[in-house]
Design a protein around this ligand. Structure first.
Ligand code: TA6
Length: 318
């Protein structure tokens, strides 16, 4: 039974200002979350059991209008990465001029729905398509809704895209999730054994096969061609990620040299973060005919029993 926040003093959604940007601060007896309306970007989430921020943000982070925020979960949409690294169908949809990682992460999202209960909070945001997008692509009409569901077990995030134009649209996308670690050298990502990936740092784009866990001893920027259930192992916590309607996963750590080129990124930040990005990216993309919809989702939980359960090895439990 859903309740209104007036009857639930422990549970509330308030608008706060972070630098130049308005954000939704969600307080609940069992969890906390902060979503910046620019980019619809979840930058902070914790539960009573796991009180540290589950998401990483740089100490050099800044909250400025029109500038992508370094941390949390930036939404890359309707393009992941540089246009030229995308499939030709995506390039043909947008032509030249689409900004790296798309426009959604720097556009404003508007609160369209909120539901508060004893156990969960649901927040839905609608994408305000920026005027320069409408001007540049008058023939492309893409509506998008972001849905967050928070609970004491973790959170679910989904991005629904709806093609409201009269032509087919091909786009790429990612939840560019920044995650904290106490030490990147002792951090391992499981779930990708024998999965092919494209190394974005190599000259060629031939797929390489992953052997065992993903470890970090240098810059890593890879598009894995699958979205398995993922276990993140760090020295101070473990987390499980499950996704739907994603056929690729990006794993990224900039290491030393690349760090120096990044905005809002301190020299040693690379030691304390990594990105696990639920995506449709690289050779993978979404095709929507007129009036079709697609929903990309990810869930993050620190209940790792699920990952180790024997049934997990053989069945898709999602
Ligand atoms: O997801 C990995 C990546 O595409 C990298 O190549 C890297 O440059 C990164 O995203 C961050 O991009 P940004 O535009 O936020 O600096």
């Amino acid at each position: 039974m859903w309740a209104d926040e007036r009857y639930m003093p422990n549970c509330a959604i308030h608008t706060v200002m972070l630098g130049e940007l308005p954000a939704l601060s969600i307080t609940h007896a069992k969890f906390r979350a902060i979503i910046v309306l620019q980019g619809g970007q979840l930058i902070d989430f914790c539960t009573v059991k796991h009180l540290d921020n589950w998401l990483w943000q740089s100490q050099a982070v800044s909250f400025r209008q029109g500038v992508a925020i370094r941390g949390g979960i930036p939404i890359c949409f309707p393009l992941f990465g540089n246009l030229m690294d995308n499939a030709t169908a995506v390039q043909a949809t947008f032509g030249k001029g689409m900004a790296k990682h798309g426009l959604a992460r720097t556009s404003t999202w508007q609160l369209i729905e909120q539901q508060l209960s004893d156990d969960v909070v649901i927040v839905k945001l609608g994408w305000q398509v920026p005027p320069d997008f409408i001007e540049q692509y008058p023939h492309i009409k893409l509506a998008a809704t972001l849905s967050f569901q928070f609970s004491e077990n973790g959170f679910d995030l989904s991005l629904e895209s709806h093609n409201t134009s009269e032509q087919t649209i091909c786009f790429s996308q990612a939840f560019h999730s920044y995650l904290p670690t106490a030490d990147i050298c002792q951090t391992h990502v499981s779930g990708f054994d024998k999965v092919c990936y494209v190394d974005m740092l190599a000259d060629n784009t031939h797929a390489v096969v992953q052997q065992g866990d993903i470890n970090f001893q240098q810059e890593v920027d890879r598009i894995y061609q699958a979205s398995p259930k993922i276990l993140l192992n760090t020295p101070h916590y473990q987390a499980v990620f499950t996704s739907k309607n994603s056929l690729s996963t990006v794993i990224w750590n900039p290491w030393v040299e690349k760090s120096q080129t990044l905005d809002q990124f301190l020299p040693n930040d690379y030691q304390k973060m990594l990105c696990i990005e639920t995506a449709n990216a690289g050779s993978d993309y979404v095709t929507l005919k007129p009036d079709e919809k697609h929903t990309l989702s990810v869930s993050m939980s620190k209940d790792t029993d699920f990952f180790y359960h024997p049934r997990f090895l053989n069945f898709d439990l999602t």
